[in-house]
Write a protein that binds this ligand. Structure first.
Ligand code: DAH
Length: 351
């Protein structure tokens, strides 16, 4: 055989493939025609005996590839015929994340106050002792400070400002806001921020959120405070929700109050009527009310610390925890508040 033998074989293979690709036979007939005992492939394979010894190896490889090609296409075609797509099936849903429940609550709270002219602000989470305590009528050795379980930061001390702290409440924003507005009321601020305290248990996380309201102007009275609380109660907890203020003590307000909202489950009555008409104690609240936080009329010393004359101006302030305010609204009996910050998606995706 001449050296052309391998080229002849290659040409024959190409011819067969072209023919195969263009052949319009049904599958079984095509199988027999190409891969059957007497089919084209076996016929062509016989040509290998004409190939010179040195090219036999390559010839074998080429024939092998041809056989695989034929087999693959015959099988693939058969699959195409039996496989079908049901276009009426619903699509596969992509998993979607959502805003964290506490961020949702912050947005809602801010919106409610912004609608009545409050400006949303944020102040440093690592702040001077001065803004967190001193300016709020709590000198450095005042025992009231103990309530705040504060984290102090190891930094050189500033003569006027003192040490640095992780803010244990959003009240640090009060004097900062007075300074931002160059001690010129009117002031209507809502400060929402992270806070930190050395406490961790089922109802406390070391990091949590508060929102702080501050209003300073001429002629501001407790009535304005009460009106604002009632407005928030209705908007956030729903129509009919009432607020209640009880005397309390804070260093930075005088008078000071604790603020309660009426329970929206038992409508402030403390009782729930069951399906037999019997009245039972509401299991969600204590006697119809929920305590949410503190409030009061801004202490003259705080106004002075912010450069405002207490003879000319008065103000009110309030400060509550976002987590608590929110879980009350949703009627969530969460047995461990730390779930919010666990990054546990099975918990978070419920909101
Ligand atoms: N800062 C207080 C706390 O963390 C809450 C508070 C009470 C804020 C009375 C106020 C207020 O603005 O007037 O417990």
């Amino acid at each position: 055989m001449s050296d052309n033998s391998i080229n002849n074989l290659k040409q024959a293979i190409t011819k067969l493939r072209t023919q195969f690709d263009n052949e319009d036979l049904d599958l079984d007939a095509k199988k027999t025609a190409y891969l059957g005992k007497k089919g084209s492939f076996n016929e062509l394979s016989k040509e290998i005996k004409n190939v010179s010894n040195e090219n036999k190896r390559e010839a074998g490889k080429l024939l092998n590839e041809l056989k695989q090609y034929l087999q693959k296409n015959l099988v693939d075609n058969s699959q195409q015929k039996t496989e079908w797509t049901d276009l009426t099936l619903p699509g596969i849903k992509q998993k979607k994340g959502h805003i964290h429940p506490i961020s949702q609550a912050i947005e809602e709270i801010s919106d409610i106050f912004q609608k009545i002219g409050f400006t949303r602000v944020r102040y440093p989470e690592v702040d001077w002792d001065f803004y967190a305590f001193e300016a709020l009528n709590m000198p450095s050795d005042h025992p009231a400070r103990d309530e705040w379980e504060t984290f102090f930061v190891k930094t050189p001390q500033n003569k006027k400002m003192g040490k640095m702290v992780l803010t244990p409440h959003t009240s640090n924003g009060q004097v900062r806001e007075m300074e931002r507005l160059k001690s010129k009321p009117p002031i209507r601020m809502i400060n929402v921020a992270r806070c930190y305290r050395r406490q961790q248990d089922v109802t406390h996380t070391q990091m949590f959120h508060q929102f702080e309201g501050l209003v300073v102007d001429k002629g501001i009275t407790i009535q304005h405070l009460k009106g604002t609380l009632d407005y928030f109660a209705e908007k956030f907890y729903g129509p009919g929700t009432k607020s209640r203020i009880r005397p309390f003590h804070f260093q930075f307000t005088e008078p000071s109050f604790e603020v309660d909202f009426s329970c929206h489950i038992c409508k402030g009555t403390g009782l729930i009527t069951d399906e037999h008409g019997d009245k039972n104690k509401c299991s969600f609240c204590k006697s119809g009310w929920h305590e949410v936080g503190g409030a009061g009329m801004v202490h003259p010393n705080v106004l002075k610390a912010g450069g405002i004359d207490p003879q000319e101006y008065t103000g009110f302030a309030f400060g509550w925890g976002v987590e608590r305010t929110y879980t009350l609204k949703e009627g969530l009996n969460i047995d461990d508040i730390r779930y919010f910050y666990s990054g546990e998606s099975r918990f978070l995706k419920q909101f």
